[in-house]
Design a protein around this ligand. Structure first.
Ligand SMILES: [Fe+2]
Length: 286
């Protein structure tokens, strides 16, 4: 197994491992160590199906079930696709399932709207369009390191409110039902800075689900979050992944933001399957 860095601040490609087969504990320990250190891992030319993806994902920990409005809602998979799950036909752009996925084009971290936010996501490329459809990633450890000292001090101990209602409202305020907003996924609090428990490195924890600072006047908190989103995510901390079929990327949701980018969904087919590994504790008392 070899580890090749992908970008100056984060990400590594791992070669020489077939993750579709059982992996011995020593090899997995090296993969896990690389995950803690590099925050994003790429494995190419993998022959994965749903069962193999679940088996590899579970090595990182128990999996989350996905939010009810995802096209594969309530299963272990978040389906990112323009193909109907039953018929395989292309879904029209105006269909609610496509509108829901549009929010993926905002910088976010998966499941930060849950009381216990996720550890990591694994996204595998099953059908890839010949152009477009990159996934962009941002290293929020490097973003934190680059903040002015005064901002880092200001962030110390702060929590922000996160909700799926907030991220979906940015694409369509009517996308979620009242039940989904208030019962299935009510707003939660998350620390704005999270330290990796293994390496100790701190990361700025914000994104599209994050609306305002807890305990501050709401408008001021919204402005601060918007300011961080606009200034902290700079090109030098971003990596854009151009997918090939057989790729699987694992990223650390504690320290990496990501967003989908457009492709021609009328012309091309795309099927990406995401599994999400649950975190083990809340970041802050609720
Ligand atoms: Fe996502």
């Amino acid at each position: 197994m070899e580890i090749h860095p992908l970008h100056p601040t984060f990400g590594a490609e791992i070669t020489g491992v077939d993750i579709g087969r059982p992996i011995d504990d020593d090899t997995f320990a090296r993969i896990r160590q690389a995950f803690e250190e590099h925050a994003l891992l790429l494995f190419r030319d993998q022959d994965l199906d749903d069962e193999k993806q679940v088996a590899f994902s579970e090595r990182f920990g128990p999996l989350e079930k996905t939010f009810s409005q995802n096209p594969a809602g309530g299963t272990l998979f978040a389906r990112q696709s323009n193909l109907d799950i039953k018929t395989g036909e292309t879904i029209p752009i105006e269909d609610a399932r496509m509108v829901y996925q549009r929010a993926n084009m905002l910088w976010h971290t998966d499941s930060s709207f849950k009381r216990v936010p996720s550890l990591c996501s694994l996204l595998s490329a099953r059908i890839v369009p010949p152009e477009g459809g990159n996934t962009d990633f941002a290293d929020m450890r490097a973003a934190y390191d680059a903040l002015p000292d005064a901002t880092r001090q200001r962030l110390e101990g702060l929590a922000a409110e996160h909700s799926i209602a907030h991220s979906r409202a940015q694409v369509d305020p009517n996308l979620l039902s009242d039940y989904q907003k208030s019962i299935e996924a009510p707003p939660v609090k998350q620390l704005m800075v999270r330290a990796n428990p293994v390496t100790g490195r701190k990361a700025l924890f914000i994104g599209a689900h994050c609306s305002h600072v807890v305990g501050w006047p709401e408008e001021e908190g919204k402005r601060f979050v918007r300011h961080l989103m606009e200034t902290a995510i700079t090109p030098d901390i971003c990596y854009s992944h151009q997918w090939r079929e057989g790729d699987i990327v694992v990223w650390d949701n504690r320290s990496v933001l990501h967003k989908a980018t457009p492709y021609d969904s009328k012309k091309y087919k795309r099927l990406m399957q995401r599994t999400t590994v649950a975190g083990d504790q809340p970041t802050v008392m609720q």
